[in-house]
Design a protein around this ligand. Structure first.
Ligand code: NIG
Ligand code: FE
Length: 413
């Protein structure tokens, strides 16, 4: 048996003692439950005890780790990424600096179709290697659970290649990984002018194979003007439902066209992006358990509006934060930057942002019963910071790496 005691912890964040919450919403998000001068005991992969330092009882079955001046919190849960992709699109970044818009680049055959071409050509081994490098990088940055989407394949073979790569990551990494099928990410060039033909391919060919190999737990669609409509969304979510796939959708990135309402109708776990939110969207969200997910690094990189976090939270809603790590709109998987940017640009308080990136992030991956807070019986996925003054330093010192070490399932990475 492996027992570790972390002692003299300056602040132990996101502690839960009584009934465990699956998520925090509205007013509740302003509170980040913590213990000053705390201890934490981890046995094998689980949290088994924690409390105030003056109640700590040492015994020689414990390895003790002194955390004087350091803060411990649950790892980040990144509920929206596209980290399985081939190569980069740094030329499009330069094109945007020189005046082209994201839409113009996409219309000229760049964007998602550019990544799809690269993805179709790459071998599964090389795709795995590139993706695993990204995963290694973000785990070191404190990500202890991640969702990964397909959607750069856009052919039967290439979508399966992406999803099998995610499956291999699941087998080789001991953090929770959730797979989302995003066949409806863009209409591939071969189906230009025949969007319904591509939707039929997704529904009649891709979905049965994905289900047979058990390659995904969630289904996604880019519901957006110029990509897929609300009617398309209905078709895809209904088809996914036949195979038990729960929706997590891309909605309201550039336009508000009713994707939120349609996703909620299909019991979506999350609706993601939401750079634009109308009163009708807000009303629909209020009557649901669907978690809105904001992706501030995407807003930062594309210079588009930020999700109106204040409006959502002040209306009593929950909010999760994720990276959107992908080669086009967000070539960064750093959740620390996301938390910082949420505070700086979206006026979230540090408490709200940390709640949104830990417990609510875990909810947005469907795992908040086992991950996302410091609670007895939960998995010991934790971040240990360098010595810092308070948790406010985490968002305050943007761009600085404040992490000393990360523990996954009770083991130092
Ligand atoms: O979440 N919005 C749609 N999909 C991705 C980006 C796609 C790309 O440019 O590669 C996103 O931002
Ligand atoms: Fe995305």
């Amino acid at each position: 048996m492996n027992r570790k005691a972390f002692i003299n912890i300056k602040q132990l964040l996101q502690v839960e003692t009584n009934t465990l919450k699956l998520k925090v919403s509205g007013e509740e998000m302003k509170t980040l439950p913590l213990i000053n001068n705390a201890y934490l005991i981890v046995e094998n992969d689980e949290i088994v005890d924690f409390g105030e330092m003056n109640n700590f009882q040492n015994n020689n079955t414990l390895t003790t780790i002194d955390c004087t001046g350091q803060i411990i919190l649950p790892t980040w849960y990144d509920s929206h990424t596209h980290i399985v992709y081939a190569g980069n699109r740094e030329q499009e970044f330069v094109d945007r600096i020189n005046g082209l818009t994201y839409e113009e680049i996409a219309n000229n055959g760049g964007g998602i179709l550019n990544s799809a071409k690269k993805l179709q050509e790459i071998s599964e081994e090389e795709l795995y290697k590139q993706s695993a490098e990204r995963l290694d990088e973000v785990i070191k940055l404190g990500t202890g659970g991640i969702e990964i989407k397909s959607g750069y394949g856009l052919t039967v073979a290439a979508e399966l290649k992406m999803l099998r790569t995610i499956k291999k990551l699941k087998e080789n990494y001991n953090i929770p990984i959730k797979a989302t099928f995003l066949g409806a990410h863009a209409v591939p060039a071969e189906y230009k002018g025949n969007k319904q033909g591509y939707l039929d391919l997704i529904i009649n060919e891709m979905l049965p194979l994905i289900s047979k190999e058990n390659l995904a737990e969630y289904i996604d669609i880019f519901c957006e003007t110029g990509y897929f409509s609300v009617d398309d969304t209905e078709q895809i979510l209904a088809a996914g439902k036949q195979y038990g796939l729960i929706p997590k959708t891309h909605v309201n990135q550039f336009t508000s066209i009713g994707g939120i309402q349609k996703s909620i109708e299909y019991n979506a776990l999350t609706v993601d992006h939401l750079e634009l939110v109308s009163d009708a969207d807000l009303a629909a969200l209020k009557n649901s358990d669907t978690m809105p997910v904001a992706l501030p690094s995407c807003s930062y990189f594309l210079s588009i509006p930020y999700t109106p976090a204040r409006q959502l939270i002040d209306n009593g809603l929950a909010l999760a934060l994720a990276t959107d790590y992908n080669p086009g709109s967000t070539p960064s998987g750093n959740m620390n930057f996301v938390v910082s940017t949420a505070c700086i640009k979206m006026k979230m308080t540090p408490e709200e942002a940390i709640n949104a990136a830990t417990l609510n992030g875990a909810y947005a991956m469907g795992i908040s019963n086992t991950h996302g807070s410091i609670a007895i019986g939960k998995k010991a996925n934790i971040i240990i910071t360098k010595p810092i003054n308070s948790y406010n330093v985490l968002p305050y010192s943007f761009g600085t790496n404040n992490i000393s070490t990360v523990l996954i399932n009770g083991e130092f990475i």
